[in-house]
Design a protein around this ligand. Structure first.
Ligand SMILES: C[S@@+](CC[C@H](N)C(=O)[O-])C[C@H]1O[C@@H](n2cnc3c(N)ncnc32)[C@H](O)[C@@H]1O
Length: 169
């Protein structure tokens, strides 16, 4: 509809409701399904992890608790205020995902948890995530040593971006 607000204006208007919604224990899929599986997919903490579309900051706080050095960004000033109030030591910036205020390759991990479908310029946001996190786009060897339930394993592998698998297929 012509009088629909932009996605970012819609989120700014919904910020107070979102903070209550997102923080209610067990209320949404973050608490019920996605949280643990998502974090189990992430690489170990590196120099800098950027949380894109951080909202009131729950993902950023969980990343920090896992040892990540996090900078969180959101286009909504009210969301950013909520995230800062919840953890005043967290660096949280008002910024558009399609124009991230970071140098090329500044981060070794950029996450956008349940936010890309809320960003007006989705391709721009993906391009920016790739620009600030080039380690994803470059192939490199890695070793991952894991201990769990008394079992130990070192994985010797090579990272490939998803695009490389599709090209090969
Ligand atoms: C569904 S919330 C997800 C928040 C958080 N990732 C979470 O899972 O709790 C989507 C967020 O994307 C943000 N957003 C929308 N457009 C954006 C843009 N262009 N740049 C950065 N953030 C944006 C909204 O303000 C909102 O906080």
């Amino acid at each position: 509809m012509a009088d629909d607000p932009s996605l970012s204006a819609g989120w700014e208007a919904a910020a107070h409701d979102w903070a209550k919604w997102a923080r209610a224990p067990g209320n949404d899929s973050y608490w019920r399904f996605h949280r643990e599986p998502f974090f189990s997919l992430l690489p170990r903490p590196g120099r800098l992890t950027i949380d894109i579309g951080c909202g009131e900051g729950r993902v950023a706080r969980d990343l920090k608790a896992l040892g990540h050095n996090v900078v969180a960004v959101d286009v909504s000033p009210t969301m950013v205020e909520y995230a800062k109030a919840a953890d005043p030591s967290m660096k949280v910036l008002v910024a558009d995902a399609a124009r991230l205020p970071f140098d090329d390759s500044a981060a070794d991990l950029a996450v956008a948890f349940m936010s890309l479908h809320d960003v007006e310029d989705m391709p721009g946001a993906i391009r920016e995530a790739g620009r600030v996190d080039t380690s994803y786009l470059e192939s490199h060897r890695y070793h991952d040593s894991i201990e769990r339930a008394g079992l130990r394993m070192t994985f010797n592998s090579r990272h490939w971006p998803l695009e490389a698998y599709f090209r090969a297929l």
